[in-house]
Design a binder for this molecule. Structure first.
Ligand SMILES: [Zn+2]
Length: 64
């Protein structure tokens, strides 16, 4: 039963990846505000994060 769950998870992740490829990899959930918007992918400390234009503007205001 546990194996089954793992397999379903793998299928789910795979379809999510395919969907991301089809949508052009730019429509993501923003890691800052949690809203699904057009996001930029940023690589920070080896992990990729997504940031929408609104949050990016806010960070720019802070001088980031
Ligand atoms: Zn945001």
């Amino acid at each position: 039963m546990k194996q089954m769950k793992k397999r379903l998870m793998a299928i789910f992740l795979l379809s999510a990846m395919i969907l991301a490829l089809l949508t052009g990899c730019s429509y993501h959930t923003c890691d800052f505000c949690g809203e699904k918007k057009m996001c930029d992918e940023r690589s920070i400390l080896g992990t990729s994060i997504y940031i929408c234009s609104d949050c990016k503007k806010e960070l720019n205001d802070w001088g980031y």
